[in-house]
Design a protein around this ligand. Structure first.
Ligand code: GLN
Length: 196
């Protein structure tokens, strides 16, 4: 299976490294030809407006949208979560998403004081020690359709907000497992979604 990491902007090298640690030789992709040949895609953290604008200007936007809709296993972290959401509560002007998960996300949801923080999370389907979540100006899931599985949530002011979800063959996390050296989320994606 060829796993591509979308290399338009953001921390794509860290995802490539995490795949390598899982024994998978990933491939950085940024052309239509490369994206046509992969079997699975990771969309990294970064800036979702920039990634969507670059995808449009390089003529990749509709192709990625179609490949995800056609069932290509896809994992988005942070900005990548925003890009696989069906809609954004507070989009930048003209900001569009590829879609893949029937949810609405709120960008920069954790507010200014806590723009970046780390917290231990329980992740459904990943056993062992809690997962260290690194949140950097992260989104959360504001609402989702019944078919969306909530894998991890965080309590903020007494309200639970999903921060890891999946639907079909698409996975999204608000946080950045590619920055921690703990590759269990990447393994989960490879084993649970890519082999579905
Ligand atoms: N806030 C960023 C966005 O809106 C996401 C930040 C990240 O990927 N670390 O795209």
């Amino acid at each position: 299976m060829k796993v591509g990491v979308l290399a338009l902007q953001g921390d794509f090298r860290e995802h490539l490294f995490a795949l390598g640690e899982c024994g998978v030789t990933g491939e950085l992709v940024k052309s239509a030809e490369e994206i046509s040949k992969i079997d699975a895609l990771i969309i990294p953290g970064g800036e979702s407006t920039t990634i969507s604008k670059l995808a449009k200007s390089f003529g990749l936007f509709d192709l990625i949208t179609k490949r995800i809709a056609d069932g290509m296993p896809t994992y988005g972290s942070c900005a990548g979560m925003i890009l696989v959401a069906k809609s954004i509560l507070d989009p930048a002007s003209g900001q569009e998403t590829f879609g893949g998960i029937d949810m609405q996300v709120r960008r920069n949801a954790f507010g200014r004081q806590t723009e970046s923080f780390e917290v231990d999370l329980e992740f459904k389907g990943i056993s062992g020690a809690p997962l260290r979540g690194v949140f950097i100006r992260a989104p959360w899931v504001e609402s989702s359709a019944p078919g969306v599985e909530i894998l991890a949530s965080m309590q903020v002011a007494g309200v639970s907000h999903p921060v890891a979800v999946s639907q079909g063959r698409v996975l999204a996390t608000s946080f950045h497992p590619e920055l921690t050296g703990d590759n269990r989320v990447h393994r989960y994606f490879l084993e649970e979604l890519c082999k579905k």
